[in-house]
Ligand binder design. Structure first.
Ligand code: GLY
Ligand code: MN
Ligand code: MN
Length: 434
């Protein structure tokens, strides 16, 4: 994305800061074992404001500062280290390639940062995310407090940065939507590839490999979350990630997988028959979930509130459970008492963006918030009938179905970013024909 995009974001944030100072550290490097690290990914808030991908960096925004409002602490160039770990931006790169007004070595932060807090009324900071950094910040504030007798004021107010910043992140700009569309396209191609590759007897991880091939080939550095590939009984385990069981003829397989592109996530679930042909029971419940998803997507529109899609999905699912004989009673009563939760135990979606479960409030002053243009949410109803479910005929056992799409709220209605992943019974069976 253009450097200007990040500059505009910083400016917008600073308009809310009323002379305060904002401190935004990036994510630490996590050690996997000894000298092996987990793949590095910058903190989403930090990256949203800086586009800076390297670890060991802290952004400081100081509206009105004479020598520049955007200060970046980062690693210096180091030819020795760069032989091993690749090129670093260094202080010059921070200024030239990332638009920092001023850049300092990260090693010097303890000496320099306290001075930036002097005579500033407020500190904007996301408290409680990184305990070590919280402690360091308090140390810097205490240093300034100690200068009180010299006429230096320490900040008296600490404001949670999350609120302002996450409200900004909730509304996606055209550039962000472009990245999310690409993430959804690559992920949809991956789901199609998995459907085409699937055969009874294959291992779940073999389908995962098909997904990963498309993700990588599409330019995704890593998936947005651990992919779920669950066949049969595993399709009913909501957070199943082992993906190490053989896929059996006659079972369904549920795949929940999305790529990350430019730090934006896709989050797509498709469920299909391992042998390419839905059984009667599978087909019946699948159509209930699909109808629930259509009803929910239809509610994911400007002016409706956050919970409208969920309520629409619950009604269709509950009616379907009753029609299939899995629940008995009147639909309103079953909804009111929450009886449907036996087979539908999660909610119908979440915000989607840089984080798969993205930031942004769902309620404002105790009321569900209204959907607005530029918001992106998932719509993901499901039904899960575990093996051995009490008082349920065996023919329904081990059927776990979820259908999940990524939906952008537009002026005209909505746009399903993940529409390239087939989801009707007819389209899936046609694609899976050998
Ligand atoms: N893949 C995580 C979710 O669907 O929420
Ligand atoms: Mn989801
Ligand atoms: Mn998902």
């Amino acid at each position: 994305m253009d450097m200007k995009v990040f500059e505009r974001r910083r400016e917008r944030l600073m308009q809310h800061m009323n002379g305060g100072v904002a401190i935004i550290p990036t994510a630490p490097v996590y050690i996997r074992n000894r000298d092996v690290h987990f793949p590095y990914r910058a903190d989403s808030d930090f990256y949203y404001l800086t586009n800076f991908p390297e670890p060991e960096a802290v952004a400081v925004l100081i509206p009105g500062r004479e020598h520049g409002e955007f200060v970046l602490f980062c690693r210096e160039r180091n030819p020795e280290k760069e032989i091993w770990d690749g090129k670093r931006a260094g202080l010059e790169g921070a200024r030239e390639a990332y638009g920092a007004d001023d850049a300092f070595p990260i090693e010097d932060i303890d000496d320099i940062l306290p001075g930036m807090l002097e005579n500033r009324g407020k500190v904007f900071y996301s408290m409680g995310r990184h305990r070590d950094f919280d402690t360091r910040l308090m140390g810097w504030v205490n240093e300034v407090r100690a200068k009180n007798r010299n006429g230096v004021h320490a900040p008296g107010e600490f404001v949670d940065l999350d609120h302002i910043l996450h409200e900004m992140r909730l509304y996606k700009s055209p550039e962000e939507i472009r990245s999310m569309r690409r993430a959804a396209k690559i992920s949809s191609a991956a789901h199609r590839r998995a459907m085409q590759a699937c055969r009874p007897g294959m291992m779940e991880y073999e389908l995962e490999a098909e997904l990963m091939y498309e993700f990588k080939k599409g330019g995704s550095p890593f998936p947005a979350y651990s992919p779920i590939v669950g066949g049969g009984a595993n399709s009913c385990v909501l957070h199943y990630v082992e993906n190490n069981t053989a896929l059996r003829d006659g079972d369904l397989v549920l795949i929940d997988a999305g790529a990350e592109i430019d730090s934006y996530a896709a989050d797509i679930t498709r469920t299909f028959p391992v042998n390419g042909k839905f059984s009667g029971e599978q087909h019946a419940l699948y159509d209930v979930v699909l109808a629930a998803q259509h009803a929910a997507i239809d509610k994911a529109k400007l002016g409706n509130h956050w919970n409208d899609p969920h309520e629409a999905a619950v009604r269709v699912l509950t009616q379907g459970l009753k029609d299939s004989g899995l629940l008995e009673g009147d639909v309103d009563g079953l909804i009111e008492k929450g009886d449907y939760k036996r087979f539908y135990m999660h909610r119908t979606g979440h915000w989607l963006g840089m984080d798969v479960h993205d930031v942004g409030d769902y309620k404002i002053d105790d009321a569900w918030r209204l959907l607005e243009v530029g918001m992106v949410l998932t719509v993901e109803p499901g039904l899960y009938v575990a093996g051995g479910a009490k008082d349920v005929d065996e023919r329904w056992w081990n059927i776990g179905i979820r259908i999940e799409d990524d939906v952008l709220v537009t002026r005209e209605g909505n746009d399903v970013l993940s529409k390239d992943a087939p989801k009707t019974v007819a389209d899936i069976e046609t694609l899976m024909k050998p």
